[in-house]
Every structure is written in structure tokens, then in C-alpha cells.
Write a protein that binds this ligand. Structure first.
Ligand code: ADP
Length: 495
């Protein structure tokens, strides 16, 4: 038996997952690491924590699997996206903590870009909406803040990279300074049409080109795992941002195929094929993956509050004691009793984009009880996801045939059935729920010739399918009421 190992370097933990040549999960190991909050709104990681935890997770997973390094065909990397690192080319020594995607410190730099009239240029060329999440202004901040960094960068002494790039550099013993097209597409510096770093944007953020990694395919050997790590060299054969890897790991290979990850928030990605789509609804356009030099694109949208609404019911409202209890309570009712909950705790994202919206419960009667509130919270996760998916279908001019799902809250079968009913399409759960790791493994397995494109379709296996059973008129009625509830939540906070 041969194996592929996926590294899933996430925001709070580093995981390694061993898959066998049939795509079955053999062993996994995860290690949490430190979150650093130097000031309100600032988030950092120690690059050495990232690397050490990832290395230890890799060794532990290989040990748990009880396999020989000689039987590992390849390693694939999936990673937290947009997090920015700067290190010395010669020594690999980081010059600063990693600035994590969540960090808001560069909001003023983004405002300046917008004031300079670059908003549309950024949207057109990068597919992104100018925001401090993306790496570009984080790198600008690093170059501004570290003495002499810009000059050293100009002289080729420094390397910039996102987490994929940093791991690749370290794992190859400093031999590769690369990033893949999906990670590049999250920097706000990369032209997703031309597939190259954008000179206008580099100039706008005062970023010297010699600093930048070479952009490579998401599937392809970028170098060898240094011999010191597992005792022998192993090809590193894939790199992709975590959401992109998950889309691949859900085998959403064709236009209109989509996945939704139900976690704290929801991450929705839909494959739009060979062309990037400019969204009318404030969705992001991104590189889904690049294989054989050919980019496939995706639309991306998120729901800010999804599983977090269930946490809120549990921790603040004390209406439930576990997240799983929400399912029993929701099922205790025949219908929602006319109660709707809009969890706009932090405003509303796509397709509404209203930062003044706030959480609302409407339709209460004397008969409404805790089960109604809980059910309304679960239903809100499905409605919000449906709103994003509908916008994607309109933008992309495609009709979704089915939705593939993963993430903690996809364990809730009431929610999955309701999601299917509201969308009017099947909702499908996979055998391997670690879709991010599986996607990295699939991209790597493809690169080393273990799986061809046909075989990849069968590496992904269905676990359960929820089919729509709700009559169309009920669905229309619920959606109409949901939209009315949204109107009540909008523009609540005064500007
Ligand atoms: P993240 O990766 O964002 O931390 P996870 O994928 O681990 O999230 O999912 C955890 C989230 O899913 C939590 O917000 C939790 O409230 C929610 N969740 C977990 N199980 C259930 C369930 N059975 N029903 C509803 N929500 C759930």
C-alpha cells in the first residue's frame, strides 16, 4: 500500500492526515498553537510555532499510521489563507510574527487605496473586494515597520510568502520560494486573469518584486521534503488555500458544482469553470485551483454567523446545553410557527452587505417557546447559505445540481434536510469529512500519477444524500417571510 500525506495548516491548529492509495483516511494528528493578540483587532502567529506544530503533526500522523516514509508517494499542503510572512532568504529567519488574515491593523492602508481610486482596479484584476483581510497591505505594513526591510527586499535578501510558501520554503530546506495560484489570488497583488503579479498594485503598495514567490500550479512537484524530516526525501506535490482544497476534496470539478462548510461561519465556494466571474452581489472571484497551467475559477461567499448562532443559544441564551440538542428541539415542532431569527450580530454580508444590520427575532406569539427560537436559528443558517448560493447562480449563469457539505454543523441532519428543502436540490455529505486535507491529498496524488482525473472522481465518496421533499409553495412562503425578516434587521444601528 502507498500513501499520501496532507498537511492542513489552519488558523488555530496544524493537522496532518495520512490517506492510503484508495483515498481512505488512515491516521491524523492535530496540534493547536498560540494565538497572539498584541492590541485590540490585531492577530499574529509565531512562524516558528506554525512550522514546529506542522512538523510535529506530520511526524505524529506518520507514526500513528505505522507506515514507512518509503511508502509515502507525496505530501500536499493546504493552509490558512492570506496570512502574511516575511523572512530572510539566506537563513529562513522570520523578521516578524506572521500577520494573520483576521488582523485589522491595515484597515487605514486599505482606505488609502480606495481613496486613491484603486477600488475598481483591485476588483477587476484580483477578483477581491479591497479589504485588510488580504495579504497585500499586511506586507506593505511589514515593509513600513521593519527598519531597512524595503531596501533589503529590493536587493533580493528577503522573501514574502503566505503560509503555503513559508512551509514549502522550510520543508525543502530553503530550496523553493513558491506559492500556488490559489494562495496568490488572496494577496490582492495577483492578476487572476493574466496569472501574474500585478505591477500597478505592487507600485500602489510599494512592494519590491524581488521579494515575491514564483507562482506555481496547485498540483505539481515543487521540491522535496528535506531528508532530515522523515529520514528520506518525499516530493511536495500540492499547495492550495484551505477553502480551495476543500472544494477540490469535495470533487466539485465542474462549473456550477459547489460546497458549503458549516462551521462558526459558512464558507461557500462554487466552481465557475475556466472564466472568472465579476459578481453583481459583492462575492469574491478567486482561483479555485490551477492544474497543468490552466486556472479554474470559483465564486466565494461567506455567512458571518452560522454555527456561532448555535453557540450563542448555548452560551449566552442558555437555551440548549449542547449544539447537538438543537436538532432534537427543532424536530419537536411541526413547523417554525412563523418565528424567524436573523443573526446579524456583526451586520450582514453577501448579498446584502449592510454593516448596520443587527440581530432580530420576529414573528413571536404567546405560543412561541425555546424550541421556536432554536429552530429559527438553525433555519437561519440554511436561509443565509441559500441567499449566497442564489447570488452565485445568478452571477455565474449556472444552476446548481447539488450542494456538497462539510464542517461541524453539517452533522445536524435537521439542518441538512432543511437546507435541501430550501434550495430545492440534494445536499450531500462525504465519507471523508476532512475535505480540506483530502483535497490537498488529491491534488498531490494527481501530481505524482497515483490518481488520474477519472479516478479522482471516485476518490471522493458519498455518505448521505438529503433530497428536497418540501412542496414548492411552502418553500416560497418560507423564503418570502425570511426576506421580510431580513428587512426588519437591516439598517438597525444608526450610522
Ligand atoms: P470551526 O472550524 O469554524 O471552528 P467546526 O467545523 O468545528 O467550526 O464547527 C463548529 C461549529 O458548528 C460551532 O459553531 C457549533 O456551534 C456548530 N455545531 C456543531 N455541531 C452542531 C450541531 N449538531 N448542530 C448545529 N450546530 C453544530
Amino acid at each position: 500500500m502507498k500513501y499520501i500525506v496532507a498537511l492542513d495548516q489552519g488558523t488555530t491548529s496544524s493537522r496532518a492526515v495520512v490517506f492510503d492509495e484508495n483515498g481512505a483516511l488512515v491516521a491524523s494528528h492535530g496540534i493547536e498553537f498560540r494565538q497572539i493578540y498584541p492590541k485590540p483587532g490585531w492577530v499574529e502567529h509565531d512562524p516558528e510555532d506554525i512550522y514546529e506544530s506542522q512538523l510535529n503533526a506530520l511526524r505524529a500522523a506518520v507514526e500513528k499510521a505505522g507506515i514507512d516514509a518509503a511508502d509515502i508517494l507525496a505530501v500536499g499542503i493546504a493552509n490558512q489563507r492570506e496570512t502574511a510572512l516575511l523572512w530572510e532568504r539566506e537563513t529562513g529567519r522570520p523578521l516578524h510574527n506572521a500577520i494573520v488574515w483576521q488582523c485589522r491593523r491595515t484597515a487605514p492602508l486599505v482606505e488609502r487605496l480606495k481613496e486613491d481610486g484603486l477600488g475598481n482596479t483591485i476588483r477587476d484584476r484580483t477578483g477581491l473586494i479591497p479589504d485588510a483581510y488580504f495579504s497585500g497591505t499586511k506586507l506593505e505594513w511589514l515593509l513600513d515597520s521593519i527598519d531597512g526591510a524595503r531596501d533589503r527586499a529590493q536587493n533580493g535578501e528577503l522573501c514574502f510568502g503566505t503560509v503555503d510558501s513559508f512551509l514549502a520554503y522550510r520543508l525543502t530546506g530553503g530550496r523553493a520560494h513558491v506559492t500556488d495560484a490559489t494562495n496568490a489570488s488572496r494577496t490582492m497583488l495577483f492578476n487572476i486573469h493574466k496569472q501574474e503579479w500585478d505591477e500597478v498594485l505592487l507600485r500602489a503598495m510599494d512592494i519590491p518584486a524581488p521579494l515575491l514567490p514564483t507562482v506555481v500550479d496547485s498540483s505539481g512537484v515543487i521540491g522535496m521534503l528535506d531528508k532530515s524530516i522523515l529520514g528520506r526525501e518525499v516530493p511536495i506535490a500540492a499547495m492550495a488555500g484551505d477553502q480551495h482544497a476543500a472544494l477540490y476534496g469535495q470533487a466539485c470539478f465542474g462549473p456550477g458544482e459547489a460546497k458549503n462548510t458549516y462551521g462558526t461561519g459558512c464558507f461557500v465556494l462554487m466552481n465557475t469553470g475556466a472564466r472568472p466571474v465579476r459578481s453583481q452581489f459583492g462575492l469574491l472571484s478567486t482561483v479555485a485551483w490551477r492544474v497543468n497551467g490552466k486556472p479554474t475559477y470559483a465564486l466565494e461567499g461567506s455567512v458571518f454567523v452560522a454555527g456561532a448562532a448555535i453557540q450563542w443559544l448555548r452560551d449566552e441564551m442558555k437555551l440548549i446545553s449542547t449544539a447537538a440538542e438543537s436538532e432534537t428541539l427543532a424536530r419537536s415542532l411541526a413547523d417554525n410557527g412563523g418565528v424567524y431569527l436573523v443573526p446579524a450580530f456583526t451586520g450582514m454580508g453577501a448579498p446584502y452587505w449592510d454593516m448596520y444590520a443587527r440581530g432580530t427575532i420576529v414573528g413571536l406569539t404567546r405560543g412561541a417557546g425555546r424550541a421556536h427560537i432554536v429552530r429559527a436559528a438553525l433555519e437561519s443558517i440554511a436561509y443565509q447559505s441559500a441567499d449566497v448560493l442564489e447570488a452565485m447562480e445568478k452571477d455565474g449563469g449556472v444552476r446548481m445540481a447539488a450542494l456538497r457539505v462539510d464542517g461541524g454543523a453539517s452533522a445536524n441532519e435537521f439542518l441538512m434536510q432543511f437546507q435541501s428543502d430550501i434550495l430545492g436540490v440534494p445536499v450531500v455529505t462525504p465519507q471523508v469529512t476532512e475535505t480540506t486535507a483530502l483535497g490537498a491529498a488529491m491534488l498531490a496524488g494527481r501530481a505524482v500519477g497515483l490518481w488520474d482525473d477519472n479516478r479522482l472522481k471516485t476518490v471522493w465518496q458519498r455518505k448521505k444524500e438529503f433530497r428536497p421533499t418540501m412542496p414548492g409553495e411552502n418553500r416560497e412562503r418560507l423564503l418570502q417571510q425570511w426576506r421580510r425578516a431580513i428587512e426588519r434587521a437591516r439598517k438597525w444601528e444608526e450610522e
